[in-house]
Structure formats: C-alpha cells, structure tokens
Write a new protein. Structure first.
Length: 317
C-alpha cells in the first residue's frame, strides 16, 4: 500500500540509441562506471531469487565529492525494458526512496528513457520533501544527461571505447602482490616512474589516490583515482583527473592463483577524447593512432608496476 506521505516524480530524455542497447547499459551494472560519472565500482551481493542486491561505490553529490558506498535492491524486467530499484539505506531527512528506469522504443535507433522516483521524508515533513525533491531533480537530470552522452558516443563510434589487459606470472603469493598494489603510499619509493604519492583511506577499503608520474620525455603529470579494494584478490579503480586524450579511464588489478603461481593482471577500459587528438598527436593523427598511443602509455606503466610487484612478491618467498 502506498504511504500517504509518498511523493512521486518523473524525468525523461530521448536518446539516439536502440532501446535494447540502452536497457542493457542500465541493467548490466558493469557498465555503470563508464556511463555514470559518479560511479566508481559496483559489486553484486548475495540476493533472494528474482532480485539483485548491489553495493555501489560512488562520489557523493557534494563540492568535495568524497567517495562513499551504498546498498541497492533491484528487480530487472528485460521483457518490459524496465529496472526497478530501492535504496536499502537512506540518510535523514529521507525515510524511503525507490523508483524505476523505463526504456521505450521510439524507432529503430531512438528511445525514450524515463527515470521514476518515489520518496518520503522523516515525519512526512513538507519542507523536507521539497528539499529531497530538489536533490532528486538535480541528480536525475545529471544521470539522464550522462546516459545520453555516453550511450550515444559509444553507439556512434565503437572504436572510441576499448579495453585491454596485461598479465605477469609470479612465483609468489597473491597476498604479497595485493599488498604491493594496495600500499600505493609507498610507490614513490618502489616505482621509478612515480614522483610523489598522496593516499587517503578514511573508510577501510575505499581509497583516494593522487600521484605525480614521470613520462618518458621527463614531463610530470598528476592523476587522481578512487580505488575499492578486496583483499587479497582485486582492486578496482576509476581515474577522475584525466589526460587530454581520455574522457574515461577505469581499471582493475586482479591476482589469481594458478598451478604455476599467481597471474597478476592489470585491466584498463578507456574512452578517447577525439577533440584533443590533433592537439596532442598532430593534425594527421587518427583515432587508431590515439588508441595505440594511449594503449602503449598505459601498458608501459602497468607492466612496470606489475614487474616491480613480481620482484617484491618473489623476494618474500
């Protein structure tokens, strides 16, 4: 039964992408870090049959944008192109919050996305309802705009977003490899290409990493990433200050036990910023040139880090 103090709002946007594709981007949460700017990482948790339980790590909608995590319950209805959701934890003055994503085909390559919310305030305070509604309006408009921009970019040119990985096989332990990557505060001492590091971990397992790294030409550039750690197997991250050639950079460090030791892997997903290709690589440079340049630069640093981690882990055997 609907609560008498519940308020409902709806927002919508048209997207020049087929409805099935848009629904998949929403339904498959592995897409979220590259589709929604605030999302760092999403994990599936154990859930009752017929529903999903997620933990979402994201940046808070504040000026500081500090990282946080929250649980979400979902029911995905593919036949209806619908995803229902409910926030399992809310902060005052929100007493309850849920809603749905609905995707409607408008044509072969066009769809309408509706984002529905229903919410209530503690003590059914009308003033609090207005404040909650204003915040939901702001976030819904931003989420729909991000979905439109990123879905249309990927659909228009699949070459702009790509993933790759590098793997090093280590005769050591996953625990020692994880520790090397997790202890990024020591990288300026352990990695020649890292000049300075600033690592914060106010919440265990949720890190803010800023570092200055040296390129082959001697130049130094600053990066900032949010990282989510899962001892001793996995670290997920999202870079939030990006070089000129990228509009997105997410990745994972994984450490998998094998019969030969441990497979240590660095995985990257990147979206290219086409507006800067000519400025960075020259007027004749192509998207393929930019892909190769970014791939080479990221792989070079990843493999350097992995090989130092390998030496560290094997030295501790």
């Amino acid at each position: 039964m609907e609560h008498p103090g519940m308020r409902q709002v709806a927002h919508e946007i048209n997207i020049a992408v087929p409805a099935d594709t848009v629904h998949r981007l929403i339904a498959e949460v592995g897409n979220w870090p590259r589709i929604f700017p605030s999302v760092i990482h999403v994990e599936y948790e154990e859930a009752p049959e017929g529903e999903e339980r997620l933990t979402i790590w994201e940046t808070a909608p504040t000026a500081a944008g500090e990282p946080r995590c929250r649980p979400l319950r979902r029911i995905v209805e593919p036949a209806k192109l619908r995803v229902n959701f409910q926030h399992l934890v809310t902060a005052s003055p929100v007493a309850g919050l849920g809603g749905a994503w609905l995707v409607e085909p408008l044509g072969e390559n066009t769809s309408r996305v509706r984002l529905l919310h229903e919410f209530r305030a503690a003590a059914d305070d009308p003033g609090a309802l207005d404040r909650i509604g204003a915040e939901i309006d702001r976030s819904a408009v931003a989420e729909l705009a991000a979905l439109k921009e990123n879905a249309e970019r990927e659909y228009a040119d699949a070459e702009l977003t790509f993933s790759f990985e590098d793997t090093v096989h280590v005769d050591g332990s996953a625990k020692d490899l994880f520790a090397f990557i997790n202890e990024a505060n020591l990288w300026s001492e352990r990695l020649p290409h890292v000049a300075t590091v600033r690592l914060e971990e106010d919440t265990p397992g949720l890190q803010t990493l800023e570092m200055d790294t040296r390129a082959k030409d001697g130049s130094v550039h600053t990066t900032k990433s949010y990282r989510v750690t899962f001892p001793h197997q996995h670290i997920a991250y999202k870079q939030v200050t990006l070089p000129a050639l990228m509009t997105l950079h997410t990745g994972h460090w994984t450490f998998e036990d094998t019969d030969q030791g441990v497979a240590a892997t660095s995985q990257h997903t990147v979206s290219l910023n086409t507006a800067n290709i000519a400025r960075v690589l020259g007027d004749t440079a192509t998207v393929a040139d930019a892909r190769e340049y970014v791939h080479t630069a990221l792989s070079t640093n990843s493999l350097a880090t992995l090989n130092h981690a390998k030496a560290h882990a094997e030295g501790r055997r």
